[in-house]
Design a protein around this ligand. Structure first.
Ligand code: ATP
Ligand code: MG
Length: 572
């Protein structure tokens, strides 16, 4: 491609909207353009990188027996009503209505659609296992679209679905996909970690997230320094402190004026935060009950994902309660709520509290706390489970080690769905004995556009992007120092032709620009190999440089061509 013909507009300034390196560099390098919040278009260079990532994904999916299809982005509400997710998916779903008042959505994911197609076309065990995938635009009306391609409202995803005869088959399919994902992200040049994950709105049993390590990642990862334990903090189990064997002391009401927080009351009474019970009050939007009071030790933090899972409600169906309104119905008193004396609400207790003795909790009375509150004697919970959010230094749930916390960008996630969708949507097959059996499913997503951003996040410097060869929009760029110089142009054209003939993807910067501008652009757009043709062209000498290198080296044109070919051959 000659740069005189190329549609490329690089930006010298950092766009005001961009906060993190990948967003800044992708905009500045003219790879993407914003239409509205969370909606981006891909310009020629960005489109090429996307296609490279897609090609890698296709190869690895096909290698595992995946077959590509392409389903519609528009999905009828009826299928989502069948699975129960029309309500459960919540406000993230883009909903629309046709001229006949029929409801549709723009697909945020495709479990229902794939289950529907398979249930109508698969009836015998002979047709299983099956692995179908697509690469397609997805729509999610995210609450906080941000960081460019990282969290957008329209994005490109590869989603695959496996259909097996039984759980053993699913385990095998899942492991194959896990293996394929490792290969995909390695080939994309990412430093990543596969960690255990919560299943969220998708549902199912086991799940792993593939996280590209990055300080700007929105996934928090808890891992153990000593063993292989690694999970998102949403998912990571927490160890309860050892039960206290002290005698239960009599309940006591104490005057604690103005002590609305754990820190206040602990300071006022001169006790450790560990000796207190923290109350968190919620309103839930569903029929059986309206209010939820959560109790957890004062020094712990509540893990919202664990709470939502314990209540078995969708994420969008819970909010912090209005204290006054909740108080009128339940007896809760803002800042002084405790488990003793509460009524008309669901009480959820962190498992650790059941073994702790003589704690201090709100008395459900303004300016008063209770001392020596004990689980079992003074209160019980409707639900008792681990609700703790893990933290750096907490004990590992699997060994004697300690938890460390790091951050990552979730580039992919795999789920063992089991029979969640096949049961709800009646996807059955007949086994060898003509017995009807339910299909066992898995689903597997890769955020293609988010992966592109994650690569930039891990591969850039102060001058711009440094694409790994496997995904670079072009492998090499030939920069002509003075395009008006016939000798320079002639040598550049010669190298350009030779490399192209061998299948190398090359840019020829033949623009009538100052050399400084050309070098800056080449660095900004991140082309891995640069050949500079300047004054020494008369002697057949060029400068050769890799994008990340400090200095260039002189080579003859044919030496340079040979080195490029050797480097690029594995990628063409
Ligand atoms: P997140 O927790 O980041 O919202 P998710 O767990 O809801 O993501 P999945 O349903 O697992 O996402 O989707 C599969 C993949 O699609 C994710 O691993 C991620 O790479 C990508 N993805 C999801 N949401 C977005 C988004 N808003 N913008 C870009 N990519 C996304
Ligand atoms: Mg996910």
């Amino acid at each position: 491609m000659r740069m005189t013909n190329m549609y490329l507009k690089t930006l010298r300034e950092v766009p005001a909207e961009a906060e993190i390196p990948s967003h800044i560099w992708l905009l500045r390098a003219g790879m993407i353009r914003k239409l509205v919040s969370g909606v981006y278009g891909f310009m020629p260079l960005g489109r090429r990188v996307l296609q490279k990532i897609e090609a890698i994904v296709r190869q690895e999916m096909d290698a595992k027996g995946g077959q590509e299809i392409l389903m519609s982005a528009i999905q009828p509400a009826e299928l989502w009503q069948e699975s129960g997710r029309w309500y459960a998916y919540g406000p993230e779903m883009w909903r629309l209505r046709d001229r006949n008042d029929r409801d549709f959505c723009l697909g945020p994911t495709h479990e229902e659609i794939f289950t529907d197609i398979v249930r109508s076309e698969v009836d015998s065990y002979r047709q299983l296992p099956l692995n179908l995938y697509q690469i397609q635009t997805k729509y999610r009306d995210e609450k906080r679209p941000r960081f460019g391609l990282m969290r957008s409202r329209e994005f490109i995803m590869k989603d695959a679905y496996s259909f097996d005869r039984d759980w053993e088959g699913l385990d095998k399919s899942y492991n194959e996909m896990y293996d394929a994902y490792e290969k995909v992200f390695e080939r994309c040049g990412l430093t990543f970690r596969a960690v255990e994950a919560d299943t969220g709105a998708i549902g199912g049993s086991d799940s792993h997230e593939f996280c590209a390590l990055s300080e700007y990642g929105e996934s928090e990862i808890a891992y153990c320094e000593q063993c292989s334990m690694a999970a998102t903090t949403e998912k990571a189990a927490c160890v309860d402190d050892t039960p206290d064997s002290a005698e239960m002391l009599p309940l006591e009401l104490v005057h604690t004026p103005g002590t609305k927080t754990i820190a206040d009351v602990a300071a006022f009474l001169g006790i450790d935060h560990k000796q207190t019970i923290k109350a968190l009050l919620f309103e839930v939007f569903q029929q059986e009950y309206r209010y939820v009071a959560v109790f957890i030790r004062g020094d712990r933090e509540l893990n919202m994902t664990k709470l939502i899972n314990a209540l078995n409600i969708p994420e969008h169906a819970i909010e912090f309660a209005d204290e006054a309104a909740m108080g009128a119905e339940t007896g809760a008193v803002g800042g002084f709520t405790g488990p003793v004396g509460l009524r008309n609400c669901k009480i959820v207790v962190d498992s650790e509290l059941t073994g702790a003795k003589n704690l201090c909790a709100g008395a459900c009375k303004e300016d008063y706390h209770m001392l020596n509150v004990n689980y079992g004697r003074d209160y019980t919970g409707d639900i008792v489970t681990d609700l703790k959010l893990t933290k750096e230094g907490y004990p590992c749930p699997q060994c004697q080690g300690h938890i460390k916390i790091t951050r990552g960008i979730e580039v992919g996630q795999v789920f063992k769905l089991g029979t969640k969708y096949s049961e709800a949507m009646h996807a059955y097959y007949k086994d060898e004995n003509m017995q009807e059996k339910v299909i066992v499913m898995g689903c597997y997503g890769i955020g293609i556009s988010r992966t592109l951003a994650a690569i930039v996040e891990q591969h850039h410097d102060k001058d711009g992007i440094i694409w790994p060869l496997a995904v670079a929009p072009y492998h090499a760029i030939i920069t002509v120092v003075n395009a008006a110089d016939a000798v320079q142009m002639q040598l550049a054209e010669k190298i350009y032709d030779e490399l192209q003939k061998e299948g190398v993807e090359v840019l020829l910067d033949d623009r009538d620009e100052r050399p400084g501008v050309k070098f800056k652009d080449a660095d900004l757009i991140g082309i891995p190999i640069r050949i500079t043709v300047g004054k020494k062209a008369a002697d057949g000498i060029v400068e050769y440089k890799m994008r990340g290198d400090e200095k260039s080296t002189d080579k003859t044109a044919s030496e340079a061509t040979a080195v490029v070919l050797e480097l690029v051959r594995p990628y063409i």
